[in-house]
Design a protein around this ligand. Structure first.
Ligand code: TYD
Length: 145
């Protein structure tokens, strides 16, 4: 049987990162520590995003991510094959945690928005499920963790 993490929409959640406020601006940071959801192995970001752009459209077998709108805002819709939920990200210190096994779709990007992603693994195309029917097949027998 094809490997695919068992996760539900309910396992996706908003994470607020620390904020250090100074007169000259605010610092938010993410680092590996024992309380972190995962060790960060990769950081990537999307920018120059046209307003009508749609991103994502895939699940990961195992890779976990935290998606952040470090500038502007956009929507992230998560789907476990049974339920969907849409999160609007619009704060530079707020991230959405998505475990493996969840389909994600990003849209409604505001002008100048920047989408920063913290990922639990390096880029690995073999970890992607890009075919929605295959995703539904892999998701068929999900039960609550
Ligand atoms: P993809 O993850 O499908 O983009 P999104 O989910 O943001 O719509 O990646 C788009 C392309 O970029 C794809 O060809 C793989 C490549 N890519 C890398 O080479 N390294 C990476 O870390 C990422 C995220 C993508």
């Amino acid at each position: 049987m094809d490997n695919h993490s068992i996760a539900l929409v309910d396992h996706c959640r908003i994470i607020d990162l620390p904020r250090i406020r100074h007169n000259g601006g605010t610092i938010t940071f993410a680092q590996n520590d024992p309380n972190a959801l995962f060790d960060i192995k990769r950081v990537y970001y999307l920018y120059d995003i046209p307003g009508d752009s749609e991103r994502g459209g895939h699940s990961h077998r195992d890779i976990q991510v935290i998606i952040m709108a470090v500038s502007g805002c956009f929507d992230v819709t998560v789907n476990d094959g049974h339920n969907t939920r849409t999160f609007t990200l619009n704060r530079p210190y707020r991230g959405l945690y998505i475990p493996g096994g969840i389909w994600r779709h990003l849209d409604n990007f505001s002008s100048g928005s920047v989408c920063l992603v913290l990922a639990s693994e390096k880029y690995d195309e073999a970890d992607y499920v890009r075919d929605y029917d295959q995703f539904l097949e892999l998701s068929k027998n999900k039960v609550s963790l």
